[in-house]
Design a protein around this ligand. Structure first.
Ligand SMILES: Cc1cc2nc3c(=O)[nH]c(=O)nc-3n(C[C@H](O)[C@H](O)[C@H](O)COP(=O)(O)OP(=O)(O)OC[C@H]3O[C@@H](n4cnc5c(N)ncnc54)[C@H](O)[C@@H]3O)c2cc1C
Length: 362
């Protein structure tokens, strides 16, 4: 089939929109990427923990094969653009409340084909010497990556621009224009920009834009908290998920902790949780002096009840392509490739079944 080169307008320069823009642009499409923020990765992508893994997936869940393909897509990206993943750190360590639970967890992952190893206390202490209370047993997943999702979004947008994409930041898209059931462009800052295809990758913002078209996509906004601590020295070399804390360390030594968050909680609570987690870090790790809470930010994760992303043309309005789902950082390079294959070459993503079942006319 001959590839078409349509005018494609992508709404949302989070990790998902950035990956789609990059993939479309390097394949020669005429792409424009727009975002209401001033730079790529300022939505929930800028508050993500940045753990690329399958170890948190459920082997029996329908999204598990997708996560496996997503890890392969990161491998492809690393080959193509080694510099964008240069700062990514490999390896995660996970343990549960009891040795038996950790062992069961590790065996489940091994039975699913994941290359995990069970490590005893001595081996764990060699990997993470600043742990104060290493458990008897931990599961080591060497293929996992820790990366900065906002930096990756910025790099992908920069690569898209190098390949000819244009960008427009700092103004919200107020509506998608349609004529006789077909999208013809977007409205932004009182201006209409025409396009053959509009890609809706606006994260938690897709619900409102789709609703304006009379379509309910069933998005559930799921907030989570990212805590960032200033730290002057290396503390952990891998991602650690323990019964008390999920933590990693950035290349500038900042310690990042991900926490669940209740939608009903007030903003003050985020700093209180941040201070409480600092005590946990002090109990669990040999920290240098002067570790302080820098930021406690809530991000709204765009999730669907069935745990599957939505990737494909919206039914009911032609020319609108929906790309949203969780975990977006893990899935983004794969979604970028699948979306480009479908938009440019008409190759079905295999994800339209979930799209059809999860989308309703309002
Ligand atoms: C604490 C925490 C930890 C997380 N950890 C992980 C993790 O380890 N791994 C993982 O895979 N995922 C993780 N996530 C989830 C991850 O952050 C999201 O799945 C992912 O970032 C979604 O990316 P996105 O591009 O769809 O959305 P976004 O990053 O929100 O991008 C959407 C963009 O659209 C723009 N936009 C919205 N509406 C409009 C409009 N009307 N006009 C113009 N622009 C608009 C926004 O400004 C935004 O930049 C975590 C999330 C949180 C909060």
């Amino acid at each position: 089939m001959t590839a078409r080169h349509p005018e494609i307008l992508i709404i949302g320069a989070g990790i998902v929109g950035a990956a789609i823009a990059y993939r479309l642009a390097v394949r020669g499409a005429n792409v424009m990427l727009v975002d209401e923020a001033r730079a790529p990765g300022c939505g929930v992508t800028g508050r993500a923990f940045g753990w690329i893994n399958i170890i948190n997936g459920t082997p029996t869940h329908q999204n598990y094969p997708l996560w496996q393909r997503a890890l392969d897509a990161y491998g492809d990206l690393r080959q193509e653009l080694p510099h964008v993943l240069q700062a990514a750190r490999p390896g995660a360590l996970v343990w549960k409340a009891t040795r038996e639970e950790t062992e069961d967890f590790g065996r489940l992952r091994q039975d699913a084909g994941e290359p995990v190893k069970l490590l005893d206390r001595d081996a764990l202490s060699r990997l993470e010497p600043r742990l104060r209370h290493p458990p008897d047993l931990a599961v080591f997943s060497p293929q996992d990556l820790a990366l900065d999702p906002a930096a990756l979004a910025r790099s992908l947008v920069a690569e898209a621009v190098k390949a000819g994409a244009s960008t427009r930041f700092g103004q919200p898209v107020s509506a998608i224009e349609t004529v006789a059931g077909r999208a013809t462009g977007i409205h932004i800052a009182g201006e209409m920009i025409a396009a053959d295809t509009v890609v809706l990758s606006a994260g938690a913002g897709v619900g409102r834009l789709a609703a304006d078209l009379g379509i309910e996509i069933g998005l559930q906004s799921s907030p989570a908290l990212l805590l960032r601590y200033g730290c002057s020295a290396p503390v952990v070399g891998h991602i650690l998920k323990t019964p008390r804390v999920e933590v990693r360390q950035a290349p500038d030594h900042a310690l990042l902790v991900a926490k669940s968050w209740s939608p009903d909680a007030d903003a003050d609570r985020s700093r209180k949780i941040g201070e409480a987690m600092l005590s946990v870090l002090q109990e669990e790790f040999d920290l240098p002096d002067g570790v302080t809470l820098l930021a406690a930010e809530v991000g709204v994760r765009p999730m669907l009840a069935d745990g599957m992303p939505r990737l494909g043309y919206l039914p009911g309005v032609s020319g609108v392509y929906l790309a949203v789902g969780h975990p977006g950082v893990i899935l983004a390079p794969l979604l970028g490739t699948l979306a480009a294959d479908e938009i440019l070459n008409g190759k079905a993503t295999g994800l339209t079944a979930s799209l059809a079942s999860g989308v309703n006319a309002l």
